[in-house]
Ligand binder design. Structure first.
Ligand code: XMP
Length: 598
């Protein structure tokens, strides 16, 4: 099958480039710049990604210049554009103005990647350096008001490049340009999910022979789709799915997964309940890090015990995993994702098993959107396929625990200053006597949230205000909007740890929220929509309070709070308010807040 190689120079967008190529039905893979040249000979085209460095800096990532003599068409984007100029005798210098955001591109020559394009089109820029002289035999293809050599090309050598990011949706004709490049490569559009599924079934059968697969189903999209895929290839009897119930799952989670799998004919799915062990290990624990450690360690222990009980003979059993493509690639752009996920899919024991051919990962070539497509093709319901990510420790890190008020030393002075700051906006504020985790630079913070209330202002104004507040007042790391009641007169801590009763309460509240967002089609607009239980009694009402934390994000490295329609939000609040003493809405971006509160 014809494929494209994407060389990653540390861009956040390298995966996006590969993903977009695949959407145009050509398979694409990511490589590091130091990959030996002979590897590329079987690829129909090479794309050089963006990156955070300057090409002229010492130690900046580069490629073997002989790549330009392979006769394979090359497309450079952003850093890739500058690298082509730099290596082929053009010039790159720090730009007069650093350019971020939208720009109007004037197309000067409708050739190569600009074939059949309109005269002017919107593009998205993010760069400090600029190409100031073209390499020999390159022609000038496009310019923007702030970047003269926005695009260039050498049609005879089939090398093209652009300063802007053609892979992002803000570049309106980006897909057209990419499609033009694929035509230049003569890449056949053969990659499709149907074809992937057929080929995968054959390769799974071949790899497994008559062995069976054991797979831990976490409740997330990836492991469920991997399970369904393996069952389709091998038959349901040969795939044993195990789901460990920690007690911190969403309402009826195990049952919902079992039902979704049964619906497509999969039966060999088992739930191992370890609720009691988790609750007793966590008795009296308040600190979030301690909670995480206890849950992580116990999970591994319980999992090992569950597997031992099955007495799987290693000669006849293979371990199945729902690893997806971004988890398998070691490149700058995915290092952060690695930190979050690789710990369970790529621990040394698993790597050892992989070496011995005892691990099967049927989704290892796929991106999330492709996994979803495959899930749908396999017949899994939307509620399963479009599920939000859910943290391993589950609701345990969404139930704040407390034994006493936790307030900063100088609370009243800080509140006075905050009050003065809020006055012109006709808002009031109070520091909540609890703490949550945040992130600033690379450092973790554990500070108090500020609750604000007052006359209606819109979410865009709140966003500026929230950023200004967290920048200015170091005692807080989050800002939350009070949605009900209208004001805060008094706040009291309701001492509480992780109990079945509190988990049950959060399950009910979370279920109200999840059902509401599914019904109103908000699920696909948000990356996650955590609901958090706060041990706070507001205005003397002896019930806990709840925090809504919807965010938009790509891969969770950064996030923006979701700006929900106010009328809809009002309806949601009306459903939650009778069950709690207050409803809050987190209006903090990441950074300085994290997505989860613990
Ligand atoms: P934060 O809260 O750091 O979360 O902004 C980033 C993303 O990671 C998820 N998350 C976890 N996922 N095990 C997981 O599998 C964990 O311990 C864990 N902690 C956070 C979080 O839900 C978000 O998507």
């Amino acid at each position: 099958m014809d494929s494209i190689a994407v060389i990653d120079f540390g861009s956040q967008y390298a995966h996006l480039i590969a993903n977009r190529v695949r959407r145009l039905q050509v398979y694409a893979e990511i490589f590091l710049p130091e990959t030996p040249l002979h590897v590329f000979s079987k690829y129909k085209g090479i794309i050089l990604s963006g990156g955070p460095n300057s090409v002229y800096e010492k130690g900046a990532p580069t490629i073997n210049p002989k790549i330009f003599s392979l006769g394979i068409p090359i497309l450079g984007l952003c850093y890739g554009h500058q690298l082509i100029a730099h290596l082929l005798g053009g010039k790159v210098e720090p730009g007069q103005t650093k350019e971020y955001g939208l720009a109007k591109l004037s197309v000067l020559k409708k050739v190569g990647i600009f074939d059949n394009l309109r005269d002017h089109t919107q593009v998205w820029m993010s760069h400090g350096d600029t190409v100031t002289a073209l390499p020999k035999d390159f022609i000038h293809l496009g310019k923007t008001p702030d970047c003269f050599y926005s695009a260039m090309g050498n049609p005879a050598r089939k090398i093209f490049s652009a300063q802007f990011h053609i892979e992002v949706t803000h570049t309106v004709d980006g897909m057209k340009m990419l499609s033009n490049f694929l035509d230049i490569c003569h890449a056949k559009r053969e990659w499709s999910m149907e074809r992937f599924m057929e080929e995968k079934i054959t390769s799974i059968k071949k790899m497994l022979g008559d062995r069976k697969v054991f797979l831990l189903v976490s409740g997330g999209v990836d492991s469920a789709v991997a399970y369904a895929m393996l069952s389709k290839a091998l038959g349901t009897d040969r795939v044993y799915g195990l789901f460990v119930d920690t007690g911190f799952l969403r309402k009826n989670e195990g049952k919902k997964i079992a039902a979704a799998l049964r619906k497509i004919g999969v039966k060999n799915f088992h739930v191992f309940s370890a609720k009691k062990r988790f609750f007793s290990a966590l008795r009296g624990v308040i600190n979030p890090e301690e909670k995480r450690k206890i849950i992580g360690d116990l999970f591994l222990e319980v999992q090992a015990q569950a597997v031992r009980k099955l007495k799987l003979d290693p000669e006849h059993w293979v371990l199945g995993q729902g690893t997806i493509y971004p988890d398998t690639i070691e490149s700058a752009g995915t290092k952060y994702a690695d930190k979050i996920k690789t710990h369970h899919n790529r621990v040394p024991e698993i790597l050892e098993l992989i070496k011995k051919g005892r691990v099967i990962e049927p989704l290892a070539e796929l991106y999330k959107d492709e996994v979803r497509k495959l899930g749908t093709q396999l017949g899994l319901p939307d509620s399963m396929v479009w599920k939000h990510p859910f943290p391993g420790p589950g609701l345990a890190v969404r139930i704040l625990c407390a034994d006493a008020e936790k307030l900063p030393e100088n609370t009243s002075a800080a509140e006075e200053n905050i009050e003065t700051f809020l006055m012109p906006h006709r808002l009031s504020g109070k520091i909540l006597p609890i703490q949550s985790v945040g992130v600033q630079g690379d450092a973790r913070t554990y500070r108090n949230p500020l609750a604000v209330w007052g006359e209606n202002i819109n979410f865009d104004e709140f966003e500026n205000l929230s950023t200004a507040l967290t920048n200015r007042f170091q005692v807080i790391n989050r800002v939350c909007l009070l949605l009900a009641p209208q004001k805060i007169h008094s706040i009291k801590i309701l001492p509480g740890v992780l109990t079945e009763k509190r988990v049950h309460l959060l399950q009910e509240l979370d279920d109200i929220v999840m059902t509401f967002i599914q019904k109103n089609h908000i699920e696909r607009d948000t990356w996650q929509f955590p609901t958090i239980l706060l041990p706070l009694s507001i205005n003397g009402i002896k019930r806990e309070a709840v925090m809504l934390r919807p965010v938009c994000s790509e891969e969770a490295m950064t996030a923006n709070f979701y700006k929900m329609d106010f009328m809809l939000l009002k309806k949601l609040v009306a459903k939650l308010a009778p069950k709690v003493s207050a409803v809050f809405y987190d209006i903090t971006n990441k950074p300085p807040g994290t997505i989860e509160w613990e």
